[in-house]
Design a protein around this ligand. Structure first.
Ligand SMILES: [Zn+2]
Length: 406
């Protein structure tokens, strides 16, 4: 979690807050080590933050042999962020505290194909913001199933939403007068994993999501890989068969056209495993009840996913693969095909690759979007650009000088 040494003390101050938010209370010595600044500078920076009411001193930590160190913790009221998940038929919101924990959430119907789509999104956001807590709002993160040119610009292309060059970032910034960061939703999840999840222990890892679509986010040497135009990680469109089923992208035979939710439901209907009107809940119930036709549909999907993932692992070399997404509720059925296919397709030296499947919660996507805002203190590569700088300024400027009610 080191940031690059910088002369800009506001960046260092924000990095301290984000570190404590993500990792919990720490001593000054821990912070100096983690953020790569000298102990003397850390003492000065934390003195300023204490005076500003952003930090508070906690009880001494339990002694582990040496002299107990004075621990520092966040003042919870110092700031908050809002995360938004946009899909074709609804929008989900969360408000998170400075440490990334969810304070409240909401979900609203939405029509991504409406001609008034950006005005609709603005109104929904204004309504959610109005119900917020008193802590200063640092900014808004928006997660989109598609590619985004730059986080701080937010020009969106999405086959899933039918969007072509939609100016999400510019519109929301103008209407809400607030820093707005926009990112591909799986990349946002990867950032959330990096800050708060299992990913905080790894410099190189991969997030794989299964559900409506199939996607991936790559963290390489500690940073989320965006690629040339923000389009990295679209593994659902890896071509896996010649003349396969039609895919939402317009091509045929993509991975997603075999193992996305719509594909699994279509196959189940064709094979008479579920009725013509039934969907994923019926297929999952049938598999849970031991129906062999149903379990083999998931197992075949797992097999194809495992083989394809082996190719990706050979290319990117992650230390761990973290599997997430709505589809993981049926993972016990996927894993029958997935595990043997993955292991046997990996080269021998990589067969011990760690794979973790995380419990999925519906608000995780929106929480990932909010992490874009809280991650900007780590933004040493300036991925968030001007918007990231605005978030940092709000974090430092809006703190109440006397406040200590955390
Ligand atoms: Zn495709």
């Amino acid at each position: 979690m080191a940031i690059r040494p910088t002369a800009r003390t506001d960046v260092n101050r924000s990095a301290i807050l984000a570190h404590l938010g993500a990792q919990g209370p720490a001593s000054r010595a821990d912070l100096a080590r983690a953020l790569n600044v000298s102990p003397a500078l850390m003492t000065q920076l934390t003195k300023d933050l204490l005076a500003d009411g952003l930090l508070r001193e906690l009880e001494h930590s339990p002694s582990q042999g040496g002299r107990p160190a004075r621990m520092l913790g966040l003042v919870a009221s110092a700031g908050r962020a809002i995360g938004v998940k946009v899909v074709a038929d609804h929008v989900a919101f969360v408000e998170v505290g400075i440490g990334g924990a969810v304070i409240r959430s909401a979900s609203e119907p939405f029509d991504a194909s409406a001609s008034t789509v950006l005005a609709d999104l603005t109104v929904l956001l204004q309504r959610f913001i109005a119900g917020g807590s008193k802590a200063p709002l640092l900014g808004i993160g928006v997660g989109i199933p598609g590619s985004v040119d730059r986080q701080g610009n937010g020009l969106v292309d999405s086959t899933q939403l039918g969007w072509n060059q939609v100016p999400v970032g510019a519109t929301l910034r103008r209407e809400l007068k607030m820093p707005v960061l926009v990112e591909n939703n799986v990349n946002a999840l990867a950032m959330a994993e990096r800050l708060y999840g299992l990913g905080r222990h790894y410099e190189n890892f991969m997030v794989l999501t299964i559900g409506t679509g199939v996607g991936a986010g790559f963290v390489v040497d500690g940073a989320v890989l965006r690629g040339h135009a923000g389009g990295s990680g679209e593994i659902g469109h890896i071509p896996v068969a010649v003349d396969g089923p039609a895919c939402s992208c317009g091509n045929h035979g993509c991975l997603e056209s075999f193992i996305g939710e719509a594909a699994l439901v279509r196959i189940a209907r064709e094979r008479g495993v579920i009725g013509a009107e039934s969907g994923m809940p019926a297929l999952r119930s049938a598999a849970d009840a031991g129906d062999q036709g149903a379990t083999s549909i998931f197992s075949e999907a797992g097999h194809l996913l495992g083989r394809t993932l082996a190719g990706i692992v050979h290319t990117v070399d992650p230390e761990i693969v973290i599997i997430l997404g709505e589809g993981t509720t049926a993972w016990s059925h996927w894993s029958f095909g997935f595990e043997p296919a993955l292991r046997s397709s990996l080269i021998p030296s990589r067969r011990g690759l760690a794979v973790a499947v995380e419990m999925w919660q519906d608000e995780s996507w929106a929480q990932g979007a909010a992490a874009l805002v809280l991650a900007t203190p780590f933004d040493s590569d300036d991925v968030a650009g001007d918007q990231g700088r605005l978030v940092r300024e709000r974090l430092v400027e809006q703190a109440s000088p006397q406040g200590d009610n955390g």
